[in-house]
Write a protein that binds this ligand. Structure first.
Ligand SMILES: Nc1nc2c(c(=O)[nH]1)N[C@H]1C(S)=C(S)[C@@H](COP(=O)(O)O)O[C@H]1N2
Ligand SMILES: [Mo]
Length: 329
């Protein structure tokens, strides 16, 4: 069991992305505006101290209850690079329900996670609504250390705790008609204001999807925790999807519904711009994003400060031995 404790010192310079508002231009299309906001995050970040008050609030947000110690799956105990520092991962997030920049962690604390229910429905023999304790009791909980790659060309290494998606498939038994799955994230316009674009409307709630064969793959994982603790809200408490061979946007946070479907569902980013965010979303160094190369990535490793280590992007984020067979032909 790898438990990474909070560092004693919170004297870590804050990372600050260029304000999204600099990119707003009402003459452009909504999708371009949203896309430009994403692009802003790959610009170099500026060093800037976070107040000690903010440091203790961040520490408190990450100091969620510890999970019962679990085994680290030996197949996913090691990667080829350092683990990302807990405090960096916890304050450099994408969670559009709470804002369009990386610093959503204070706003995400409004997410109401008590008495959470996950409805599993659609084309299954055993539909069921689970609470989080049911999931912990009924599924094989383990730790996995995975590389994590955002479509914006930054990456991390994160220690997740949760259970393989294939164990949920076994429990609910999708019917022969089920070919796809859709994940729906929590949404309540009173609580999740979105990125503050006052034009048009975004396709809330956030949804994502997979083919059933992808969901059944060994790697596909539901995370309930990270760094030995239950998920902090900014990471998508209390349950989120983790798909390490795909870009981060495929991994829906704060899931309230899992539906088995006969046809490919519409998804959040794909609806906003299908050319920039394809349904498959596999990490691929040879397929540039329309607005930037995916050949390399900036690996966010450890403090103090944000260190950007430029690395070549790996096909399937380095997980080809598990998943390449899903994509032949
Ligand atoms: N509901 C929801 N899930 C989401 C997102 C989001 O905005 N809303 N962002 C995605 C993107 S683009 C990334 S990179 C990861 C970020 O996860 P992290 O903040 O825990 O590192 O969450 C993904 N899941
Ligand atoms: Mo992302």
């Amino acid at each position: 069991m790898t438990i990474i404790r909070l560092p004693k010192s919170w004297e870590i310079p804050e990372s600050q992305v260029t304000s999204e508002t600099a990119y707003f231009n009402r003459r452009r299309l909504l999708k371009t505006l949203v896309g430009a906001t994403l692009g802003a995050s790959i610009m170099p970040i500026l060093g800037c101290e976070q107040s000690s008050e903010a440091n203790s609030a961040l520490a408190a947000s990450l100091d969620t209850a510890s999970l019962k110690p679990v085994e680290t799956n030996p197949a996913f105990a090691q990667v080829d690079r350092l683990m990302t520092d807990q405090s960096l991962a916890g304050r450099y997030n994408n969670f559009y329900e709470f804002g369009g920049n990386k610093s959503i962690w204070p706003k995400a604390q409004k997410l109401p996670t008590e008495d959470w229910k996950v409805e599993v429905t659609g084309l299954v023999n055993n539909p069921r609504t689970y609470d989080i304790d049911d999931l912990k009791k009924e599924f094989p909980i383990e730790e996995r250390i995975y590389r994590f790659r955002c479509v914006e060309a930054w990456s991390m290494v994160l220690p997740w705790i949760g259970f393989p998606m294939k164990s949920l498939i076994a429990a609910v038994e999708p019917t022969a008609q089920a070919k796809f799955v859709r994940f729906t994230s929590f949404y309540d316009s009173e609580i999740t204001p979105g990125p503050g674009l006052h034009i048009g409307s975004l396709p809330w709630p956030y949804t994502e999807g997979l083919r059933i064969e992808e969901m059944a793959n060994e790697l596909a994982f539901f995370a309930l925790g990270i760094y030995g603790h239950i998920l902090p809200k900014q990471h998508g408490a209390p349950i989120r999807a983790v798909l390490p061979w795909k870009y981060g946007f495929k991994g829906a946070k704060s899931i309230v519904k899992i539906e088995f479907l006969a046809t490919q569902p519409a998804t959040y980013w794909n609806t906003i711009d299908s050319h920039e965010y394809d349904f498959e979303g596999n990490v691929n160094p040879n397929k540039p994003h329309p607005r930037w190369s995916q050949a390399t990535e900036k690996f966010i490793s450890k403090g103090p400060g944000l260190s950007w280590e430029k690395r070549p992007t790996l096909p399937y984020n380095g997980y080809g031995e598990y998943v390449a067979s899903l994509y032949v032909g």
